[in-house]
Design a protein around this ligand. Sequence first.
Ligand code: ZN
Length: 275
Amino acid sequence: VRLANAGGRAALLLDDEIADIATVSDGKFGPDLMQIYDAWPAFADWAAGAHAGTGPLVHGDLGCPVPAPRQIFAIGINYREHAEETTSAVSEVPTTFTKFASCLAGPYDNIDTTPGTTDWEVELVAVIGLPARNVHESEAWDVVAGLTIGQDISDRALQLAAGGQYSLGKSRPGYGPLGPYVVSLDEISNPDDLAIGCAIDGETMQEARTSQLIVTVPQLIAELSGVLPLSPGDIIFTGTPGGVGIARTPQRFLKPGQVLESWIEDIGTLRNPCI
Ligand code: ZN
């Protein structure tokens, strides 16, 4: 299943076509995206048998595939290279913050940059598909609806102000582009080991594999669900690899006119123009 937000309506991606889910399911699922995650197991069963498109895929129509999650988790310092480049200690417990929901954006939306401070962080994002509390690591993939790509865009000046305020500094409007689709695990070759990267105007800035995560996706779900309940549609930004702009010599930041492309194997590519 590849689930997209096509013009505000839940849609399945079928090759070069989309299927409007509310239309094809006679109103059983959709058009609201978040209702789909609430009904994920039944939806996934139904979607496996859906093969008829209702229109062409128009990339420019795609919006955020998880537009209104109840909770957004983001993990800091979860790749060794990123820990080293930022001279951060790797803690026993994953460093967790939130991105406020108003920052979520579509896969091709603009990033409104602030000169000299807006930085990139490509991340694997897990979308929860079942209520989850005290989930064991060995069963944690079972509560995941699918995976998508996120950019944890960061205003470094605001992030590092007042002794560190990650949540606010990473939540300006448009600072959470997500997509292009949520891809269910059966369409992903190995969810524990995917190529991930991003580039500015074609120049690669980050390139890694998700097998390099210090705390894996199942471990994060075990850890988080041990503290509080996770709900369908909750999302987890799992941390960024090395190669961010603030850690470069000289430092680099996003500028108007540049295009930031972010990719993960088996999922797709985000393309966000900087304004
Ligand atoms: Zn991040």
